[in-house]
Design a binder for this molecule. Structure first.
Ligand SMILES: Nc1ncnc2c1ncn2[C@@H]1O[C@H](COP(=O)(O)OP(=O)(O)OP(=O)(O)O)[C@@H](O)[C@H]1O
Length: 270
């Protein structure tokens, strides 16, 4: 498996033989199966694959909220879920977690107080809130009620909350779903700004393959497995494709053909 990490610089996320089961009791089933991959630091890695392939489950495992995880999963040098990681990771789930009856700034003040409580930290909190609002380009809407914002603006408030603690790793679960093309482009520009100006690592999921072209690195998933880890360029070249989507489909066809071959008895394959 390809690793784009510069030598000597440990990956932001390192997984080996990583499996996850979901469900309860007798319904427990394997949804991630023996994954091995690295997420390089300071870059945008896109986690792409069809609905239900396990992207959210993998993200939950990385941020430490997923049960029944086995194998190796190291995040920023610590095992996933380690308390030391809490302030070093920003996580945005699919449902924007903002309070509609608070303004943008009040939402951020609230989450900042949870992250960095106490009177002594008041100035630091105020600076962090202003910076996060600026980062997501919502300064002109800071006094607006979150409930009155557009979908894209609400997504940006969630992202601002995740940026509050100046996280080294941002895990974003389908942040552009349901957004129009202009808002999607603006958010992707913002992700690139965040990696450039803060040196942060971003792991971002999507089931829209054209978003793959905007990532530095790709993890392509299918049915609970990693199909490929590559840069968009390398993937297109390797699969003789003009788009990542075409390359992904070629890899799926290849995997299906291999699985069909493996299922044949020696007599059938003769
Ligand atoms: N709470 C749950 N209990 C049992 N199985 C679950 C649960 N949540 C998800 N699954 C199963 O785990 C598998 C992976 O789901 P997951 O949500 O991680 O996929 P996904 O790629 O993020 O999908 P989407 O793009 O639709 O969000 C699916 O087969 C799903 O049915």
């Amino acid at each position: 498996m390809m690793n784009n990490q510069p030598e000597g610089d440990p990956a932001a996320v390192h997984a080996h033989d990583l499996s996850v089961r979901r469900g309860t009791g007798r319904t427990l089933r394997t949804v991630l199966d023996s994954l091995a991959f690295d997420v390089p630091r300071g870059r945008i890695t896109g986690l792409l694959g069809p609905s239900g392939c396990g992207k959210s489950t993998l993200m939950r495992a990385i941020v430490g909220t997923q049960a029944h995880v086995t194998g190796t999963l190291d995040v920023l040098g610590d095992p996933a879920g380690h308390p030391r990681l809490r302030s070093r990771i920003g996580y945005v789930t699919q449902a924007p977690s903002v309070y509609d009856d608070l303004t943008v700034r009040q939402n951020l003040d609230y989450f900042a107080a949870v992250l960095d409580p106490g009177r002594a930290a008041a100035d630091r909190r105020a600076a962090a809130v202003t910076r996060a609002i600026t980062d997501v380009d919502l300064t002109s809407r800071a006094g607006a009620l979150a409930g009155n914002l557009s979908g894209g603006q609400r997504s940006r408030v969630s992202l601002a909350v995740a940026l509050l603690g100046t996280p080294e790793l941002l895990v974003l679960d389908e942040p552009t779903v349901g957004l129009d093309p202009v808002l999607r482009r603006d958010l992707w520009n913002l992700f690139h700004d965040i990696t450039t100006t803060r040196g942060a690592t971003i792991l971002v999921s999507s089931h829209v393959m054209d978003e793959a072209e905007r990532c530095h690195d790709l993890l392509l998933m299918r049915e609970g497995r990693i199909l490929a880890q590559d840069t968009p360029d390398a993937l297109r070249t390797r699969t003789h494709s003009t788009t990542v989507e075409e390359g992904f489909l070629r890899l799926v066809d290849e995997a299906n053909a291999n699985a069909a071959d493996a299922a044949l008895t020696p007599e059938q394959s003769r």
